[in-house]
Design a protein around this ligand. Structure first.
Ligand code: SF4
Length: 363
């Protein structure tokens, strides 16, 4: 049986090479080839002895998702539709940072999503399965390889788990992927450049607080009253705002990391002055950052985007409550860059669904 290298930690690669009768440092070499150099085959690992390369080639594989479709928006956002080994697809988005300072990469953690938010194309498409570690890290390796081949000057500066799926419902795989992405012997990103976005999976937030990581946590809040949030984020029926707030308080106390609350503004649903005051109260109690994101509607959606004047009024009301609330710029709204749209559009038999604008605002 062959072993898949993508998704193994460097330590696991060392152990693998030791089991093959090699010194542990050979495993570190393999790790560097896979995660730093982006080697697609053992043959490329030129500082390994030829005999070892031959043995490895018989016992390991290096598998990345396959790029099926790529769309680029006017603002440079690139959406990639990636095929997995079982024929399912996921989306990954490359978002250029201002002043050509590289890219933010938005990763998916599941095929579909069990949370079922009605604002979201992924949520509407149902849940198929969790992604494996190799499929999560593979999205990164594929996107980076694409940039390298194009000799892009920019590199991937940030990784955000804001693509398809609820990352904390695929906890083990996401955490292992984060460790590989941030291990200096593997990909080597700074932990502070990694953001995990959750719809409010309280158990996962509690676990994450104890991991000793310095990653960022973002919460798709979208409403600060249970009545509205029960509709916009159905996970709220399991973990109402009181429980979520408690878990976030604990997270902040244990990690010292400020949380970001993402709030998609939907006309007539969560944009009243009362909603704004509730949001300010919630954010103040957590000392959290707030991002306001006007909903990015698509045809067939019952929800609408508020006018610019409404957005400004809501923002003023939140800020009057003592909380800064920048309105985030959208990325790639002309290419179905919001979570799940491209996949929904290109899946046989599926219509175009609505999608939450918060998934287009990664910076
Ligand atoms: S918004 Fe996030 S949590 Fe909600 S259905 Fe979409 S992917 Fe899942």
């Amino acid at each position: 049986m062959t072993v898949e290298l993508v998704g193994l930690t460097c330590r696991e690669m060392e152990e693998l090479l030791v089991r093959m009768g090699e010194p542990a440092y050979r495993g570190r070499q393999v790790c560097r080839w896979v995660y730093r150099e982006g080697a697609g085959e053992v043959e490329a690992m030129t500082d390994l002895p030829l005999t070892l390369r031959r043995r490895l080639a018989e016992s390991v594989t290096i598998t990345l998702p396959v790029l099926q479709l790529q769309r680029q928006s006017r603002d440079g956002t690139r959406k990639l539709l990636l095929g997995l080994e079982d024929g399912l697809t996921v989306e990954t988005v490359l978002i250029p940072q201002p002043r050509k300072a590289g890219f933010t990469l938005c990763l998916s953690s599941q095929v579909g999503c069990p949370v079922g938010c009605p604002l979201c194309a992924t949520g509407m498409s149902g849940f198929r399965r969790n992604l494996g570690v190799h499929e999560i890290v593979g999205q990164y390796l594929l996107a980076r390889g694409l940039l390298r081949r194009e000799e892009q000057t920019g590199v991937i500066r940030n990784v955000v788990f804001m693509g398809m799926g609820e990352p904390l419902l695929n906890y083990e795989a996401v955490l292992k992927a984060v460790r590989i992405l941030t291990d200096t012997a593997a990909v080597g990103m700074a932990q502070r450049h990694v953001t995990i976005s959750t719809a409010g999976e309280v158990e996962g937030i509690r676990r994450l607080a104890g991991e000793g990581l310095q990653v960022n946590l973002a919460v798709s809040l979208h409403a600060a009253s249970n009545r509205v949030r029960d509709v916009l984020v159905p996970l709220n029926r399991k973990y109402p705002l009181e429980l979520l707030e408690q878990a976030l308080q604990e997270y902040f106390a244990r990690t010292g990391r400020r949380i970001t609350l993402e709030y998609v503004l939907v006309e007539g649903v969560n944009t009243s002055n009362g909603d704004a005051r509730a949001l300010a109260r919630f954010a103040r109690s957590l000392r959290a950052n707030v991002n306001l994101i006007p909903y990015n509607p698509v045809s067939g959606s019952p929800y609408r985007r508020p006018s610019a004047a409404e957005v400004r009024r809501f923002q003023r009301e939140v800020e009057a409550g003592g909380v800064r609330a920048p309105v985030r710029q959208e990325h790639g709204s002309d290419i179905e860059a919001a979570c799940g749209q491209l996949r929904a559009k290109n899946a046989p038999g599926r219509g175009r669904k609505s999608a939450p604008a918060h998934r287009t605002s990664r910076e």
